[in-house]
Design a binder for this molecule. Structure first.
Ligand SMILES: O=c1ccn([C@@H]2O[C@H](COP(=O)(O)O)[C@@H](O)[C@H]2O)c(=O)[nH]1
Length: 275
């Protein structure tokens, strides 16, 4: 998928919602635990109930890796289900990888070729040669952590190094890398005050914005300075949507929560004259 197709989806669905599939066996409805693959059954029901309201899904791989082989198989079934049944959906493996070059290229192969995700999240701490192997894959996106939603973001990311915040240097430097047009960036919704600065450095890039819902970030605040001329935002919510209910109606309850965010997004897209 390319960004033109992604933008078309956003305008068609009047939504820039990304649903986080952070599927936790301790939180899903108990009746699903009797199934052969409860994680996949849960994801399938959530996807079927919400696909018309969302343009992207983001399984966080930690929630699958935690269950070993069965978890990884559930992840594989989930991405295959999305790619087969909803090929218009943008998929994100939230894996936060990054290592020396030859190892990064194996990570990239795992997520882009074997699992066929459209994108993967990457931690930039190891620098250019740890990120460029991901960028070498055509028509795939590397979503680099820029300014994360957690409190610990202030430990390093906002610290001044040679008079400039580290996250700004990360953004600026990444633009000099080969195939930088295939970069997107993670900026937390809880860091709304920083969006103006972020946009001044990466005006054209898509931002993946986690932190609305359970972490308390505000969609309206994010959109004030986070949008660009082509929308440029994918706003993620996981717990706030997928665990809306724990009875047999869980997927409908999730769809209700997704609809609430989609309607807010529709209003914002209208106000910004995108639709
Ligand atoms: O800065 C970041 C980067 C990644 N995440 C991930 O996004 C989701 C958020 O889930 P919620 O339940 O909507 O809070 C989760 O997978 C995080 O690991 C983030 O929150 N912040």
């Amino acid at each position: 998928m390319n960004t033109t197709q992604l933008i078309q989806q956003i305008l068609k669905k009047k939504s820039f919602l990304c649903i986080g599939l952070d599927t936790d066996l301790d939180k899903i409805p108990a009746f699903l635990l009797a199934k052969e693959d409860p994680i996949f059954e849960f994801n399938k029901a959530i996807i079927d109930a919400t696909h018309h309201l969302a343009v992207a899904y983001k399984p966080n791989t930690a929630f699958y890796e935690a269950y070993g082989l069965k978890g990884w198989q559930a992840l594989e079934k989930t991405i295959n289900y999305l790619n087969t049944n909803y090929p218009e959906i943008f998929t994100i493996a939230d894996a936060k990888r990054g290592d020396i070059g030859n190892t990064s290229s194996r990570y990239a192969k795992a997520f882009f070729e074997d699992l066929a995700f459209d994108s993967v999240t990457v931690a930039p701490y190891m620098g250019k040669d740890s990120v460029e192997p991901f960028l070498a894959f055509q028509d795939k996106f590397t979503i680099m952590l820029a300014l994360t939603s957690n409190q610990g973001a202030f430990d390093f990311q906002t610290q001044l190094i040679k008079n400039e915040e580290l996250y700004k240097q990360v953004l600026k430097t990444s633009l000099t890398w080969e195939n930088s047009a295939q970069l997107m960036y993670v900026v937390g919704a809880t860091k709304a005050a920083y969006f103006k600065e972020v946009r001044s450095i990466v005006p054209d890039s898509f931002l993946l914005v986690p932190g609305v819902g359970a972490q308390g970030g505000s969609l309206a605040e994010v959109c004030k300075y986070g949008m660009n001329t082509k929308v440029g935002l994918l706003v993620n919510s996981a717990r706030g949507i997928i665990y809306a209910a724990t009875d047999t109606n869980f997927a409908f309850a999730a769809a209700d929560k997704a609809r609430e965010l989609q309607l807010e997004m529709q209003k914002i897209l209208t106000e910004h004259k995108f639709i």
